[in-house]
Design a protein around this ligand. Structure first.
Ligand SMILES: NC(=O)c1ccc[n+]([C@@H]2O[C@H](COP(=O)([O-])OP(=O)(O)OC[C@H]3O[C@@H](n4cnc5c(N)ncnc54)[C@H](O)[C@@H]3O)[C@@H](O)[C@H]2O)c1
Ligand SMILES: [Zn+2]
Length: 352
């Protein structure tokens, strides 16, 4: 099992490995020694697969364990479900030292984190991500939240977990297309900051063994850890994690959230890569290597959306600051740059 230390406003470990979840009981005792009660937050796809096993491990650690199971999917990421969690914890007499456990993909870890951040003004959360995307991104770094009708992730809190346990054995049951979505974020780390990861992904030729998977997940977590250490609250360098997202979010929103996030991010990266080549800030061969990697992992590299639609949509993004956008570009594999652009400049950049 690998252990990666996250040095944010709160320090914690991310444990990664096959069957890492078996250590959950001992780990709870270590990081939350005063916890008496635990609420497992999970959803209808995950519960039949993993809830009993996780409950048993926590029960054996001597905690009084209960669960809150919501309907799987982004539609559930709303305030009503959070209220359901608050009420259940209040009725069960949870105190400040009790804990929430997020068991599931990014939807679950975002919600479990937000419920924990807000209940009694903040109780401990332990994240146990089950999707590739949640392991490499959502469960690490302390961004929690929910959607409102006006937009995704519009309400939330920075709330670092007490611990993250990433059991790569869980990925065996992940549907193939959901795995592919996760690879959208994995390739993003390679492009923005990790040339070595790029080489590993390229060499593997698109097929990933269990051992390699663990290595890849760990590499992404190390990358994210480095960024969080530098810029926990997303005011500077953390923005490079948005590579492909400024465009991707617009495509995602335009589809009424029917197109999956990781797929939209891949399309967004492809669109930015092409524009950078036309602008002359990215070498053509380097761009081809990046797009080949995306294709190797069955990810799309373009979309029929127009530059005008992208520029318009991007101005409504919550990540926007004032009247300028921070657009993330890559000038060579492993190096990202943040460029401030007005809507007009962004439109021009996309239309070159
Ligand atoms: N907080 C952050 O920093 C951050 C970063 C990136 C994404 N996110 C959020 O994460 C969410 C997307 O995450 P996601 O793609 O994991 O979505 P998700 O939680 O909906 O999971 C995707 C699908 O995979 C299923 N699934 C997950 N693990 C499984 C397993 N082991 N076996 C079988 N099925 C499994 C789920 O039931 C679901 O149907 C979005 O809401 C996004 O906003 C948050
Ligand atoms: Zn993303």
């Amino acid at each position: 099992m690998r252990s990666i230390r996250i040095r944010a406003s709160r320090e914690y470990d991310v444990l990664i490995g096959r069957d890492a979840s078996l250590a959950l009981g001992d780990e709870i005792r270590r990081v939350c020694p005063d916890a008496v009660k635990a609420l497992i937050v999970t959803e209808t796809n995950i519960a039949p697969l993993y809830l009993d096993g996780i409950k048993e491990v926590i029960d054996e650690a001597g905690l009084d364990v209960s669960s809150y199971v919501f309907e799987a999917g982004e539609k559930s990421k709303n305030i009503n479900e959070i209220a359901g969690m608050w009420n259940q914890m209040a009725e069960a007499g949870f105190t400040r030292t009790d804990i929430v456990i997020g068991l599931g993909g990014g939807v679950t870890t975002d919600m479990a984190g937000f419920a924990a951040a807000t209940f009694l003004r903040g109780i401990n959360v332990i994240q146990v991500p089950t999707s590739l995307l949640a392991m490499v991104d959502a469960a690490v770094g302390g961004k929690t939240g929910i959607d409102i009708p006006k937009g995704k992730n519009q309400v939330g809190a920075f709330w670092q977990p007490a611990l993250v346990i990433e059991d790569t054995a869980f990925l065996k049951t992940l549907p193939e297309e959901v795995f592919t979505e996760g690879m959208g974020e994995v390739t993003k780390y390679a492009f923005i900051m990790d040339e070595k990861l790029y080489s590993v992904l390229e060499k593997s030729g698109g097929s990933i063994t269990d051992e390699l998977l663990e290595k890849i997940v760990a590499a992404c977590v190390v990358d994210k850890a480095g960024i969080i250490e530098e810029d926990e609250n997303d005011n500077g360098r953390r923005q490079i994690l948005n590579f492909g997202h400024t465009v991707g979010h617009v495509i995602e929103r335009d589809s009424g959230f029917t197109k999956p996030h990781g797929i939209c991010v891949a399309k967004g990266m492809g669109i930015i890569i092409d524009a950078s080549v036309r602008e002359g800030t990215l070498d053509k061969d380097e761009a081809e290597k990046m797009k080949d990697l995306l294709k190797l992992y069955k990810l799309p590299v373009t979309d029929e959306i127009t530059p005008a639609q992208i520029a318009e949509g991007a101005m409504n993004d919550k990540k926007k600051r004032g009247s300028t956008l921070s657009v993330i570009l890559v000038d060579k594999i492993g190096n990202a740059v943040i460029r401030k652009m007005t809507k007009e400049e962004f439109l021009k950049f996309l239309s070159i």
